[in-house]
Structure formats: C-alpha cells, structure tokens
Design a protein around this ligand. Structure first.
Ligand code: C2E
Ligand code: MG
Ligand code: MG
Ligand code: MG
Length: 292
C-alpha cells in the first residue's frame, strides 16, 4: 500500500531518479561529441567454415572514450538506440566496414571475406537507409557481395512489410542478409519463408548449453534443418569449446563464430593466415590459425 512507504524512501527514489537523469544527459552529450570526433572503433571477429578456414568477420563497434577507455556496446548501444543516435553511429561503422572490404578485395587471400555489419531497427526503418547504403558502397567501391547486414528477429516485428521491402532492396544491391540471434525472437515459420534472407545465425544462448541441455540440442538441430530446407546458410555464434564445435558439426552446421576461433579485435590483431596450430581431438585433425 502507498501509505506504508515512508517519505525517506520516496526521497531516496527522487535522488536516484535525478542521478539517473544526470548520467543520461551526460552520456547524451558525450555521445554527440563521440559522433563528431569519430571516437568509434570497429573490432572484427572471425567466422570460419567446416575446414576452419576464415569466411569472413563480424564488425563490432567499440567506443574509444576520452577518459573511460575502450567501451563495449553494452555501455552505450541501448541509449544510442533509444535516442536515435545509433543511426549516425551505425553509418560510421558501415563506412569503416566498407573501407575494410575495399582493402581486402585487392589481395587474393582476403578477396572473398564477407564483413557482417549489425543494423538496428532505427536504422533499418529509416527511409534513407537503402540510399545511404548505396552511397557508402559507391564511395568506398566495396564489393556488395562482401557485405552482409545482420538484422535481429525482434526487429522484424515492428513492421514486417516495411522490413521485407527494405530487405529486398538490400539484397537487390547484392548485399547479403543474416538473421542474428535466431531462435530468441518470435518469427513464425510462415514469416520466415517470406523473408529475403541468406543466413540464419543461431543465438549463442543455445550454443552455450549444447550437450548439457537436451532442449537446446533439439532447438539447434531444428534451426539447422530449417536452414537446410529453406536453402539458407547457418552459422553458430558463441562457440567457445571444441565439444560445442563437434556437436554443431555432427548436426550439420557448417559455419562458426566464437571465442574458440578468436575474440573480436582490431584489424591489426586479426589473424587470417592459414593454419599453423594443430588441434587433435577424438581422432579429428584441425589445421587452424588460432592459438588455443
Ligand atoms: P551480436 O551482434 O549478437 O554480437 C555477438 C556478441 O557476442 C559480441 O558482443 C561478441 O563479442 C560476443 N561473442 C562472440 N563470441 C563469443 C563467445 O564465444 N562467447 C561469448 N560469451 N560472447 C561472444 P559485443 O561486441 O559486446 O556486442 C554486443 C551486441 O552489441 C551485439 O550482439 C550487437 O547486438 C550490438 N552491436 C555491436 N556492434 C554494433 C553496431 O555496430 N551496431 C549495432 N546496431 N549494434 C551493435
Ligand atoms: Mg551480430
Ligand atoms: Mg548475435
Ligand atoms: Mg546477441
């Protein structure tokens, strides 16, 4: 009952609200500054195929904050999304990723690498997004086939028809589309069939508990079969152990991303060279480029 909460508690709540508002406006100010000063950096995390050969990378934004150091997306993406600033930040990430594609497309060993870029709902539903994408591809001269847009399942629910139209326009440019965090949203099978997609990305929550939780085994197996039926690539994210990798391979998964193959890092630290470290497990021999 309202009367039973003392005025002290209410005062405490007010102080907390004031502090939260102060922090929010400080973050807003700093983010505006960050956009202007281009303080965002793009890290890349490797993705590999069945032979553990790199097929591409996911671009993951970091904020090089002037006093707080390198900040992970969890520190600012939520606010950037709710304030709309993600549109500008996302554009900077897209430009950086496309410039990276242009650098890689000149060398034979890196020519076919696909760079996946996360796009939030605010970006996807902005009427200017398709034109911006075209513009960035034109000015950077990046090969569209080397760009992949990652959209989460939950974004589609906002307005399925607009999402589908935008996705069709993206694919018409030759850019790939991957459905991120798949299995955590609510897209029905009939929706999935309508979507212009190239890849399903199994959410890391299902990968984490593989072989521990029989339900997760069943979900992962179902997603892989669904991908095969719909002729989509399937990639597993959050792969941390060889046991998880082995289970996924048995179930027919052919692409992997996770700490096992490399953490997100700067392009300078990225190891794309063909294998040197040998891993042996249960009679399987892998040639990998990664120190285990
Ligand atoms: P996401 O797109 O699902 O990206 C995967 C996240 O899982 C990344 O976190 C990655 O570092 C982490 N991860 C990769 N492998 C493993 C693993 O083996 N184990 C574990 N525990 N985690 C792993 P990160 O970089 O902190 O990004 C978090 C989220 O922030 C992303 O989730 C994405 O939703 C968002 N994000 C990142 N960059 C951008 C961006 O440029 N634009 C937008 N709109 N969102 C972004
Ligand atoms: Mg992603
Ligand atoms: Mg994901
Ligand atoms: Mg995620």
């Amino acid at each position: 009952e309202a009367k039973s909460s003392g005025t002290g508690e209410i005062r405490l709540f007010e102080i907390w609200m004031e502090q939260a508002a102060t922090l929010r406006s400080q973050l807003e100010h700093e983010l505006h500054q960050a956009i202007e000063n281009k303080e965002f950096r793009v890290f890349y995390q490797i993705q590999v195929d069945s032979n553990l050969a790199p097929t591409g990378v996911e671009a993951l934004v970091r904020w090089q904050h002037p006093t707080r150091g390198l900040l992970a997306p969890s520190e600012f993406i939520g606010f950037a999304e709710s304030s709309g600033m993600i549109v500008e930040i996302g554009l900077q990430v897209l430009e950086t990723a496309c410039r990276q594609i242009t650098q890689w497309q000149d060398a034979p060993q890196t020519r076919e690498l696909v760079v996946a870029v996360n796009v939030s709902a605010k970006q996807l539903y902005a009427p200017s997004f398709v034109d911006q994408l075209k513009q960035v591809l034109r000015t950077t001269r990046a090969n569209p086939a080397c760009l992949e847009i990652e959209i989460t399942e939950s974004q589609l629910i906002v307005d399925m028809q607009v999402a589908i139209q935008t996705m069709q326009a993206i694919r018409a440019m030759g850019v790939r589309i991957s459905l991120d965090d798949f299995g955590t949203g609510f897209s029905s099978l009939s929706h999935l069939r309508q979507l212009p997609l190239d890849q399903l990305k199994i959410d890391q929550a299902f990968v984490r508990d593989l072989s521990l939780n029989p339900n997760d085994d069943a979900i992962v197996r179902t997603i892989i079969e669904l991908g095969n039926t719909l002729k989509l690539d399937v990639i597993a994210e959050g792969v941390e152990t060889w046991a998880q990798h082995e289970r996924l391979a048995q179930m027919g998964c052919e692409r992997y991303q996770g700490y096992l193959f490399g953490r997100p890092c700067s392009v300078e630290d990225l190891n794309l060279a063909p294998g040197t470290v040998r891993h042996e497990r249960a009679g399987l021999h892998y040639q990998t480029a990664y120190s285990l």
